[in-house]
Design a protein around this ligand. Structure first.
Ligand code: HEC
Length: 161
């Protein structure tokens, strides 16, 4: 009876130390991830990111869909083939990643609204990306307006000229 009791304790002890190992292992894995992350050095100014990445990408997304009304009638504009949809998707992806770039290093002016507005650009970009992937011109038009709002909101607060 006593031996059984003792064995039980030993197995409980082994079980607990096993958990300890798993926890320690998970910690090491997390630690390793941090150590392995390549160091990133932000170089471009916010202005360069705007002119070099954000503005051209937004123009591609904005100009991809719409309606032109003139004397000849109403002309619907939309990407016409795989390549054109892919180009819109690429630009939407550039907007998505721009949101990430704007939060990198001391580009983040603050930890509050700047971060929220950068994330808003990313999620607006994701909406445009999904529309492009689904080749859905109505969804792309709607996403374009969400992107536009994301630009305006941030400029209203942070663009000083
Ligand atoms: C998180 C904030 C933020 C978002 C989102 C944002 N911008 Fe900007 N943008 C800025 C700031 C800040 C400046 C001013 C940079 C400076 O002058 O140093 C700026 C400036 C600009 C400029 C002027 C650059 C120049 O040469 O003066 C353009 C063009 C521009 N943004 C386009 C866009 C477009 C298009 C979008 C949306 C697709 C967008 N931005 C979204 C913060 C933002």
């Amino acid at each position: 009876m006593r031996i059984v009791h003792w064995l039980f304790l030993v197995s409980v002890a082994l079980f607990i130390s096993g958990i300890g190992f798993i926890v320690a292992g998970a910690r090491t894995a997390q630690g390793a991830e941090v150590v392995d992350a390549p160091a990133m050095t932000p170089v471009a100014t916010v202005k360069q990111i705007m002119n070099g990445i954000v503005a051209p990408a937004a123009t591609t997304v904005f100009d991809a869909v719409g309606t032109i009304v003139n004397a000849d009638g109403v002309l619907e504009i939309a990407p016409k083939n795989e390549e054109e949809w892919a180009a819109v998707g690429n630009s939407a992806a550039a907007l998505v990643e721009s949101g990430n770039l704007l939060m990198l290093g001391d580009r983040a002016v603050d930890r509050g609204e700047w971060v929220a507005m950068s994330r808003a650009l990313t999620s607006a970009g994701i909406e445009a990306l999904k529309a492009a992937e689904g080749k859905d011109k109505d969804a792309l038009l709607a996403a374009g307006s969400v992107v536009n709002t994301a630009c305006d909101n941030c400029h209203q607060k942070y663009q000083r000229q």
